[in-house]
Write a protein that binds this ligand. Structure first.
Ligand SMILES: [Zn+2]
Length: 133
């Protein structure tokens, strides 16, 4: 099989690899995916996985995204409780609709970075909530 590189378009032969371990990293968590197969560009190093390997690699990435969302949901709930806010009060504070926090904390919606950043600041400086009330 002769394939040109999808990244650099080099027509140098892609070289076959088998049974390699590649890592996926998301939000500071890294996971190794073993036994991957595919092709590597000799020019730029681009890797193209075979379909089954690509599926396994993507599934690990999806799992890491879900874990990060759960972690973020738990953090938002923890900080909201620390600030003695109801979900409705937290939603009024940050916008996003009256049930936004319910959705964030159940992992059904992803808050804007402005919301998570505000809560991180309020976690470190909870007295500042008085300035916003
Ligand atoms: Zn290439």
């Amino acid at each position: 099989m002769k394939t040109s590189c999808v990244s650099c378009k080099s027509d140098k032969a892609m070289t076959r690899f088998h049974d390699q371990t590649h890592s996926v990293e998301y939000d500071g968590i890294r996971m190794a995916v073993k036994g991957l197969a595919g092709w590597r560009c000799g020019q730029c190093g681009e890797v193209v996985f075979d379909a089954p390997s690509a599926q396994r690699y993507a599934a690990v990435g999806d799992e890491l995204v879900l874990r990060a969302r759960k972690k973020q949901s738990r953090e938002l709930r923890r900080i909201r409780h620390k600030l003695h806010l109801t979900q409705a009060q937290a939603a009024r504070l940050t916008g996003g609709g009256h049930n936004a926090f319910s959705r964030y904390e159940r992992g059904q919606a992803v808050p804007l970075p402005a919301t998570t950043n505000l809560f991180k600041l309020l976690d470190r400086h909870p007295d500042l909530i008085k300035e916003l009330a």
